[in-house]
Design a protein around this ligand. Sequence first.
Ligand code: DER
Length: 234
Amino acid sequence: LSQDELKKLAADKAVESVKSGMILGLGTGSTAAFVVDKLGQLLSTGQLSNIIGIPTSKRTQEQAASLNIPLSTLDSHPHIDLAIDGADEVDPNLDLVKGRGGALLREKMVEAASSSFIVVADDSKLVSGLGGSGLAMPVEVVQFCWKYNLVRLQGLFKELGCEANLRLDGSEKPYVTDNGNYIVDLYFQNPIKDGFGAGKEISALEGVVEHGLFLGMATSVIIAGKTGVEVMTK
Ligand code: DER
């Protein structure tokens, strides 16, 4: 099965938990996009009704709107029944790294407001420790003196061999999030040992808006791999 087929398998399995009348957090990324597609399909056939989507990015909002999924916001719906989203890393405690799609702030707001949060991923996302994939751990920062905060963030994790880069967009300009901020991507040589401690240190830096460590948030993780679909719960 291709990676996309695995993502779709995980997405379809997660949508089995969606009931008519639910307020749903709609995730961002290629796996979450399969979830939104499936919801649109079930709405159009009448197998689902009266759901309201709370999107975690402008691009998810556009995709859901194009599928006639009724949409709203946290302002109108501060309590969400179920959020379904992808992840960049999943460790054995179901702690996550998210945000390589640039949507981490709105994802974390929506998922923190959800009674249940199902993560959908292919098995390439499994890691033994967060930061262990060698890929980005994103931090959203204000544009003002971003370099000052990039240096401070890198300094926090010197002993993990941390490198920090300002995320650029396709045309080599700084990537700007839906919220008008920049993203500093942190790359670790060694995995983070104390995720909660790391998250607290990152958030304490003035000008840091949010980070990609989603700790203690997932209620279950659906992993699609060569041997099929596995549901991990705490
Ligand atoms: O940016 C994000 O948080 C996305 O959900 C990301 O973590 C997963 O994206 P993918 O499903 O395209 O791999």
